[in-house]
Design a protein around this ligand. Structure first.
Ligand code: ADP
Ligand code: MG
Length: 253
């Protein structure tokens, strides 16, 4: 079985700041990997590398068996151009902390935008799929609402539906509930939980330890640009071995 994401010793620096110092990880089809760790440990950078928004400096990164950002010819690696990188990115959906919906479009139009504009799919088909997706995230009745008329939690669920509209093989979430009022967090996590149940392959950066414990197949604790501890949630969250993991959990639990 090929991994959906396979990272081997990936490194990333910004100037003299080494942010990722040799990260290894593997995510298989239908698996949920939760990334936890203190602020500044490199979690967002790692997600951005997986989504080709950042270029790695060393190591190898494969998404769906394809080497990210490069084409291999014999022993030589050739850097891909931006257009080719965009093609590699098309099967990955990403949801950020801030729901960046288009403010001048309704929920339905937001969900329809990429398939219609980027993929040139027929409007009527996309519309049907978008309505189904809004229903799936519990917002069938909000199709005609504009972002400003929706709560943060509802906007975030539209953002999830919008990412799903491109029928991704992999979904990346970067602290999707961190910007939400506490009472709105549950609905968003509920949608993500259902998505995981339906078999979506997911990498989720989160501080929601209960969610990670219930939904993750694997948890990876990062600190200072390295993976300190990785394994099933009952092990990493329930029975951490490393002092740094224990200290972090004591702060967030
Ligand atoms: P986390 O998501 O775990 O909080 P980040 O990946 O956002 O951590 O950031 C890790 C480190 O990299 C931080 O010190 C941050 O300031 C730095 N960093 C992130 N992106 C950039 C960038 N584009 N340029 C310079 N430094 C960056
Ligand atoms: Mg971050």
């Amino acid at each position: 079985m090929t991994a959906v994401v396979s990272a081997q010793k990936i490194c990333k620096s910004f100037g003299s700041l080494d942010v990722l110092k040799g990260i290894d990880l593997e995510v298989h089809e239908r698996e949920v990997l939760c990334l936890i760790g203190p602020s500044g440990s490199g979690k967002s950078t790692l997600l951005r590398c997986i989504n080709h928004l950042e270029k790695i400096d060393a190591g190898r990164l494969y998404v769906d068996g394809v080497l990210v950002g490069y084409r291999q010819r014999g022993d030589k690696l050739h850097e891909l151009r931006e257009k080719e990188v965009a093609l590699q990115r098309k099967d990955i959906g990403m949801v950020f902390q801030r729901f960046n919906l288009f403010p001048h479009m309704t929920a339905l139009e937001n969900v329809m935008e990429a398939p219609v504009q980027v993929r040139r799919e027929p409007r009527s088909e996309v519309r049907q799929r978008a309505l189904e997706l809004l229903d799936r995230v519990g917002l069938a009745d909000k199709a005609a609402s504009y972002p400003a008329q929706l709560s943060g939690g509802q906007q975030q669920r539209v953002a999830i539906a919008r990412a799903l509209a491109m029928q991704p093989k992999l979904m990346l979430f970067d602290e999707p509930t961190s910007a939400l009022d506490p009472e709105l967090v549950g609905d968003v996590l509920g949608v993500m939980r259902q998505l995981a149940k339906d078999g979506m392959t997911m990498v989720v950066v989160t501080h929601e330890m209960q969610f990670a414990r219930e939904v993750a197949d694997k948890v990876l604790f990062m600190d200072g640009g390295v993976v300190v501890e990785a394994g099933p949630p009952d092990q990493v969250i329930g029975d951490p071995k490393h002092q740094r993991t224990k200290e972090f959990l004591a702060r967030v639990l």
